[in-house]
Unconditional design. Structure first.
Length: 245
């Protein structure tokens, strides 16, 4: 049997109803809550014959494991995670791909925010090491406001090997590291590209760092030594987008 998950957040539920309705098993709404946004979701669910139940807030809180559900939650079948073979297909289908590598991001808020940035910047796939990263949890979906249902997340067994494989296919890998001498704004980000970001505490692991074609830093003028990974991801992706337009 496929794994199941409770999803919350109006954007996340709307995205999954629109894109993968076959994954939605049931919808639960807060008893007495009547507003246009929730009614829209109920209408959408009923178009696909998805059952809907009403319940008190405590029931929804308990099922979602959070009180941040905005009065509607959905139980879904989790999709099969994408792997190295899927990545090959994605690259073949994309002219001049822009990819994002997250080397072991473990905070669901950061992964959700990175997926949101990735979607906005037109990233073809986000690549993560399978055993070192947070997966698509309900919090990731909520924070990603619909991007977790759209941006392919590819979990690979050996990140350094995948990076070499990308390079063999002509993808230039730029790692973001605060101590790098080369400034992000001087790097050429116009061709087939993967931007590699490090994890919250440790940054890029040694092997991942050594597997990059070049390392770049985002100028820091104040007293703190690094940016949050999702902020740094947004800056790097949108510099790439600016250069590629
Ligand atoms: C919170 S930082 C990790 C800090 C870690 N102590 C380190 O030494 O890299 C998470 C990731 O965001 C990116 N990042 C943060 N600030 C950056 C900067 N000023 N320049 C380039 N990348 C940065 C890097 O990829 C980094 O690994």
């Amino acid at each position: 049997m496929s794994k199941q998950q409770w999803v919350f957040g109006l954007h996340a539920i709307q995205a999954i109803l629109e894109r993968q309705p076959e994954q939605v098993i049931e919808l639960w709404c807060l008893k007495g809550r009547q507003d246009e946004r929730v009614n829209q979701l109920i209408d959408l669910a009923s178009q696909f014959g998805i059952p809907m139940q009403q319940a008190a807030r405590k029931t929804l809180d308990d099922k979602a494991g959070s009180s941040q559900h905005q009065g509607v939650i959905a139980r879904i079948k989790e999709a099969k995670p994408l792997n190295e073979n899927d990545l090959d297909l994605i690259i073949k289908q994309t002219d001049k791909p822009l990819l994002l590598i997250l080397d072991g991001v473990t905070d669901p808020h950061n992964l959700g925010a990175c997926l949101r940035n990735a979607d906005a910047a037109g990233v073809a796939a986000v690549i993560v090491p399978k055993d070192k990263s947070v997966g698509i949890t309900p919090t990731v979906r909520k924070v990603a406001v619909g991007a977790a249902e759209v941006v392919p997340l590819v979990a690979v067994t050996n990140l350094a090997r995948t990076m070499r494989h990308l390079q063999q296919q002509g993808v230039w890998i730029v790692g973001a590291a605060g101590e790098a001498d080369c400034d992000l704004y001087q790097a050429d980000l116009k061709g087939p590209l993967a931007i590699a970001m490090g994890a919250e505490g440790k940054g890029l692991r040694r092997l991942s760092r050594e597997s990059c074609d070049t390392l770049v830093s985002i100028p820091m003028l104040g007293s703190v030594s690094s940016l949050n990974v999702s902020v740094a991801t947004g800056i790097c992706l949108f510099e790439a987008l600016r250069q590629r337009r």
